[in-house]
Design a protein around this ligand. Structure first.
Ligand code: NIG
Ligand code: FE
Length: 404
């Protein structure tokens, strides 16, 4: 299976998925050099030093997870009981728990501890067929710890097979020391943006635009400052309350608007008209025990381009399993298997600005592929909660293999 159009696939185009039966893929120096049917392969007399017979299995581009909070200290299993008692996510945060409890643990962790912990999460992602991710900071909320998180992400990107696009999310919550002084806190984060730019520690800047966290006006001021410095933008938008984050993403020309559970029809139209990728995170709605989910079908009707991500983080979605998210997208968002595959490949590549390098099996792109223990693309979102990868190939090299 491959997608040859560089997309992004908007609205109904998300059902265009090129499938080649009895296909071959040729790789040289870590890149695809040709793709076609086996008949083509024999006709073109392609010479190969090494051959892998996939024995009729499904082969796809490596999965891309375009929204994760990869680097953090500790975990938050104690919040499960609070959730069962019906205490809302934002209430836990207001009481100094949630994101703020992870901030405490992240500040106390050494750079090496964070590196080793995040590496395990990355290994798990790779085993699930993920070959590129986006990773956000945001559990430091002070200069030293935010830089520490970004450096860890950069080091992991250089040493782990998974490639990482890095996002600065210093505006993730209001730290206790700035309680009731959120404008002052944002000013400090704006100063930090210059240092991050100078050290090339992030490609994107993101903000948690939410009731009790950062308002629309604060988000606008902050993101405009980031844009002026040359950062690309992302927004945690309309995750819990419909504040108008989607409209803001459209106004500012953000690369993506993420979550969008409460987004209005107008917000969706704005996303479509301004070519902002909608990044949907159904694992988060599921894990927050929400009855409402992002209105993916209306978004598709309105011509919005969708991608899917885990939102991997210790609070609202502790899973590295993007295959599970594909199943949730089918069941909770009513997305078709073809839409889902585009959402975790070419559209996800657009969401992190890497569409010219990854996201489809196409000559010239990096040879990131997954050979699945399945014979067709519909099987992966259907048989849920388990790992279907057989072989994961990154830049032409086998980096993970399931023995069964
Ligand atoms: O995308 N909403 C803000 N950030 C994360 C959750 C982070 C956390 O709970 O630790 C999210 O859901
Ligand atoms: Fe998130």
């Amino acid at each position: 299976m491959c997608t040859t159009n560089n997309g992004p696939k908007k609205g109904y185009e998300m059902n265009d998925l090129e499938i080649i039966e009895d296909a071959f893929v040729a790789i040289k120096d870590g890149h695809f050099i040709a793709v076609g049917t086996m008949e083509d392969f024999h006709n073109r007399l392609i010479h190969a030093n090494k051959m892998i017979d996939c024995e009729g299995r499904l082969v796809t581009p490596g999965l891309i997870d375009p929204h994760t909070h990869l680097v953090f200290g500790g975990s938050r299993e104690h919040e499960l009981a609070l959730k069962q008692q019906g205490i809302p996510y934002l209430e836990i945060l207001k009481q100094g728990g949630g994101i703020l409890s992870t901030v405490k643990e992240t500040r106390q962790s050494s750079e090496d501890d964070l590196y080793n912990k995040a590496r395990i999460h990355l290994n798990r992602m790779l085993s699930f067929g993920v070959t590129t991710i986006e990773a956000k900071s945001g559990y430091g909320l002070d200069k030293e710890t935010e830089l520490k998180q970004l450096r860890v992400a950069k080091r992991l990107g250089n040493t782990h097979p998974i490639d990482i696009a890095s996002t600065f999310l210093g505006a993730h919550a209001i730290p206790t020391e700035y309680k009731d002084r959120s404008d002052d806190f944002l000013k400090e984060m704006i100063v930090l943006l210059e240092e991050i730019k100078a050290e090339s520690l992030a490609d994107f800047v993101d903000i948690f635009c939410e009731t009790g966290v950062f308002s629309i006006d604060q988000s606008r001021t902050y993101l405009l400052a980031a844009k002026e410095l040359g950062f690309k933008l992302k927004i945690h938008a309309d995750e819990i309350d419909p504040l108008g984050g989607a409209e803001l993403a459209a106004e500012l020309g953000a690369t993506s608007a993420d979550h969008l559970v409460g987004t209005s029809d107008n917000g969706m139209e704005q996303l479509s008209a301004n070519n902002v990728m909608a990044c949907l995170l159904p694992g988060t709605s599921f894990y927050l025990k929400k009855k409402e989910h992002a209105r993916a079908r209306v978004m598709i009707e309105k011509g919005v381009a969708l991608c899917l991500a885990t939102d991997f983080n210790p609070g609202s979605c502790p899973t590295e399993n993007l295959q599970l998210i594909m199943a949730l997208a089918a069941l909770q968002l009513n997305m078709s298997p073809k839409e889902i595959w585009n959402a975790v490949t070419i559209n996800a590549a657009h969401a992190i600005g890497m569409e010219s390098e990854i996201g489809s099996i196409q000559a010239g792109k990096r040879a990131d592929i997954v050979i699945w223990n399945a014979t067709n693309y519909e099987y992966i979102p259907y048989h849920f909660g388990v790992n279907h990868t057989k072989t994961v190939i990154k830049n032409g090299e086998i980096v993970f293999q399931n023995e069964w």
